[in-house]
Design a protein around this ligand. Structure first.
Ligand SMILES: Nc1nc2c(ncn2[C@@H]2O[C@H](COP(=O)(O)OP(=O)(O)O)[C@@H](O)[C@H]2O)c(=O)[nH]1
Ligand SMILES: [Mg+2]
Length: 201
């Protein structure tokens, strides 16, 4: 009887857990995006005032539940000296959210180089990539198509991975639901895929 009940309990309440990294240059809006996501997806979460977010030095962590999936976010600092720590987390992650500041044309190449380096890592092979063109509220910012053009030479390295470039305003929440729902769909589908050939050998 106990086994039956605990099995039923697990079936009803246990969540599949997924780790999702939030990466991008400093000032792109990663922490704002994480706070906005927690505010939108956690019923009792009283978010910190988004305008009070300051530079992340270590990392911020957040967890949300969407259906039967539990997503654990790791928001890693984006300053150049912290980027070298990103790959320590790659092997653990099921998805990556890469945030771009669409108002910062000057640093777009720097952001593209960091993105390219990140997707070149073997540990991230097959992992879905959500690219957020953030700060779309700012007039004359770069559009999704501008960003796709600037990142176009990354296409061969993205390969067959699921990849979505989503316009977003982390500050107001526009585009956040769409991005998270897409990520959930991809990580859930991935976990049910047969293991990659490389993992078997
Ligand atoms: N206009 C605008 N500003 C934003 C948006 N998202 C973040 N910011 C601002 O960009 C700055 C950096 O945000 P933060 O979340 O700390 O970036 P992080 O370094 O990537 O974690 C802060 O001043 C935010 O208020 C957005 O969607 N629109
Ligand atoms: Mg931050």
């Amino acid at each position: 009887m106990y086994t039956l009940l605990s099995g039923l309990y697990k079936y009803m309440f246990q969540k599949d857990e997924y780790c999702v990294l939030i990466l991008g240059l400093d000032n792109a809006g990663k922490t704002t995006f994480l706070e906005q996501t927690k505010t939108k997806f956690s019923k009792n979460y009283k978010g910190m005032s988004l305008s009070k977010i300051t530079t992340t030095v270590g990392l911020n962590i957040g967890t949300i539940d969407v259906g039967k999936a539990r997503l654990m976010f790791w928001d890693l600092g984006g300053q150049e000296e912290l980027q070298s720590l990103w790959d320590k987390y790659y092997a653990e992650s099921h998805g990556v959210i890469y945030v771009i500041d669409s108002t910062d044309e000057e640093r777009l190449t720097e952001s593209k180089n960091a993105f390219e380096k990140m997707i070149s890592s073997e540990a991230l092979e097959g992992v879905p990539l959500l690219v957020l063109a953030n700060k779309q509220d700012v007039e004359n910012c770069l559009s999704v198509s501008d960003i796709k053009t600037a990142f176009s030479d990354c296409a061969p390295k993205i390969g067959k991975r699921d990849c979505l470039v989503q316009p977003c305003t982390a500050l107001t929440g526009q585009g956040v639901n769409e991005g998270i729902e897409w990520m959930v769909k991809c990580v859930v589908r991935n976990i049910h895929r047969p293991p990659r050939q490389k993992d078997i050998t």
